[in-house]
Ligand binder design. Sequence first.
Ligand code: ADP
Length: 418
Amino acid sequence: MKRVLLLLPTTGYRNNDFLAAANKLGVEIVAAANYCHQLAPSWGLSPIMALHFDQPEQAADTVLREIKVNPDAVLAVDDSGVELAALLAARLGLPGNSSHAVRRVRDKLAFRQLLQELEFLCPEFHHLSTGEDPRTLVPNLKFPVVVKARRLSASRGVIRADDSEQLVQAVNRVRAIQSRADRDAEGLGLVIEGFIPGREYALEGALDKGELTALALFDKPDPLDGPYFEETLYITPSRLPAEFQSRIRHEVAGVCRSAGLTDGPIHAEMRVNDQGIWLLEVAPRSIGGLCGRVLTHSLGMTLEELILRRVVGEPLPISNAEGAAGVMMIPVPRRGIYHGVEGLAEARAVLAVTEVILTAEPGQIIAPPPDGSSYLGFIFSRASSAAEAEQALRVAHRRLRFDIRAEYPAMEAHVSGS
Ligand code: ADP
């Protein structure tokens, strides 16, 4: 029986999907998690259930000290664990990406430097250190620009600025977000880069000894022009001309090769315009949230099963499923406390909609990007064409009515009555 060391994030959407896939394939899982290091010991959990994924060196030492049996592979469920997984694989002598390569592509500044070095299309970019006045950069900037935190995800801490006044506001806000979300914020600073006009696409793939297999190319049909960049729709297959799709695959494969990414899932995001393909991100992980479920039909298995089969070297049955599929990450319309939803049955009844899953919990404080990084839930569709799959998601979404209330109603009443 193959044994996989699985890095489970506390807030992971897909922990159960990976565990179910392991169960189905008869793979033994050795779990390691980032559950609270103060609570986990009092729950009787071993130290490898309370790791700091964001301190991979220290976490790797703990794992290697504590695990009783060596695994055949190491796998991170999501982005938070990929650096630790790479480090562990290297120390255990198992195949995997180099931790240097993983660290480089996860840092938005280092990724831009890499693209520039390799002469891929890349906007002009600048590093703004902590404490540095953004106005000193203004003479060198061509507005609009995008201000970004270095290592956050899901568009958290990403804001467009069209002039110097907006730049100062955006920098202050992104600095505050990064310092709440990243314990290394002080030493990181921010990235400020040129805004790239164009439409956005995402490629889901898998690497095996440096060879990239594309699993799907998604259109993101809603324009993402800022000032904040909340993701909504992913539709596959892409409606881009085939020649362009193959250029995208080629581009992503080229960056993986040059960056030294060799194994495991790949999720890449790019903008396309008259000048060509502009990579926003090439990440050594699979698609986030529950979005991977949009591929179950075309892959003939869950994405988690496919990833697990690849790491343990199980054969992959070929799937020839036809048709289109889509997913909507249900956007958070405003900050507040989520109380519930109406219209769920009506949304589920829309033709071509296959599933509506609410992941927000009643009582939870929610916020759209740039502050928040989670969604209300996910709507899935399957249809004979991409246009129908997209339309079904829009219709279903219009049928949902969310009850989101202010966090401090007394204060709000005071303000509006004054
Ligand atoms: P994250 O990893 O948080 O998703 P990204 O760098 O991919 O961060 O940015 C999030 C979103 O912000 C992108 O999907 C895109 O819509 C927008 N964005 C980021 N950088 C740029 C840019 N230079 N020009 C235009 N849009 C951008």
